[in-house]
Design a binder for this molecule. Structure first.
Ligand code: CIR
Length: 264
């Protein structure tokens, strides 16, 4: 696959409008259901930010049967021209794959899929300029990772497995790509050594949630309310766009999980 800034230069994104059933979305700790209207507002701001960053946004209709289906990052991985249909590890989310597949057909020329018994959630996949990092978590298992590494290898991309941090849902809850060589990471993940060889910008204390940022073309989308991270990124010459995430956070979600980003 072409390697020109594939990890942050995009032309298109797929999103899915939140369903009313989003109040029933999965969460590890129940701190209250998200407010559907407020979540719609966050989602609309997110779409506007993607468009302002230069992307054509394909917005899919809500799926009431799947409360977490707004988090389109989890059932699919975009690898260049290839849409890889994953197998989310939460039983209530498995059906999201068949539901999104028809929308991807016209957008990608190449298709692959993870088969049973493997499980992979897209939130555990960090695609950098040099490799695909697969986080093993409660949602992503060794068999799924093995299959995905084969799919990647067939497209000239190397993959490796790491342990996702136990205290968060997904690997990418704790890290993001900033550019060809730089990652934004939580302190714990930086200290684990899994990203030795990268330049790691470490999220300041108390702002770990901000590590789930998204570099899109010339900007970095960052969760609002993390001033020290915003300042650190600005000092490093990144252009930050802060977005509200109060409602999605109640569902253990963040900015990366609300879109599939790719270049056409
Ligand atoms: C879930 O538990 O699957 C959803 N409530 C949140 C998914 C967040 N996805 C992501 O970070 N990629």
């Amino acid at each position: 696959m072409p390697a020109f800034a594939r990890s942050y230069r995009f032309t298109d994104a797929v999103v899915r409008k939140p369903a009313g059933s989003v109040t029933e979305g999965l969460r590890a700790v129940d701190i209250g259901a998200p407010d559907p209207d407020a979540l719609d507002g966050e989602h609309a701001r997110y779409i506007s930010a993607l468009e302002a960053a230069g992307l054509s946004v394909h917005a899919l209709p809500p799926l009431e049967d799947f409360p977490d289906s707004v988090f389109v990052e989890d059932p699919v991985l975009c690898l260049g021209d290839c849409a890889v249909l994953l197998r989310p590890g939460a039983p209530s989310r498995l059906g999201e794959v068949a539901a999104i597949e028809p929308a991807l057909k016209p957008l990608f020329s190449d298709h692959a899929r993870i088969d049973a018994p493997g499980f992979v959630d897209g939130g555990d996949l960090l695609l950098t300029e040099r490799e695909l990092v697969i986080g093993l978590s409660r949602r992503t298992d060794v068999e799924g990772a093995r299959q995905l590494a084969e799919i990647a290898a067939a497209r000239d991309l190397s993959a490796r497995q790491v342990a996702a941090p136990a205290e968060v849902l997904h690997l990418k809850s704790a890290c993001a790509v900033l550019d060809e060589e730089t990652l934004l990471v939580t302190k714990a993940l930086a200290e684990s050594g899994v990203f030795a060889g990268y330049r790691c910008l470490v999220v300041p204390a108390g702002e770990d949630y901000a590590a789930n940022a998204v570099r899109v073309n010339d900007v970095v989308l960052l969760s609002e309310g993390h001033p020290r991270t915003a300042e650190m990124l600005a000092q490093a010459d990144y252009q930050v766009v802060a977005l509200p995430t109060v409602e999605v956070r109640k569902l253990d979600a963040g900015l990366s999980c609300m879109s599939l980003r790719f270049a056409r």
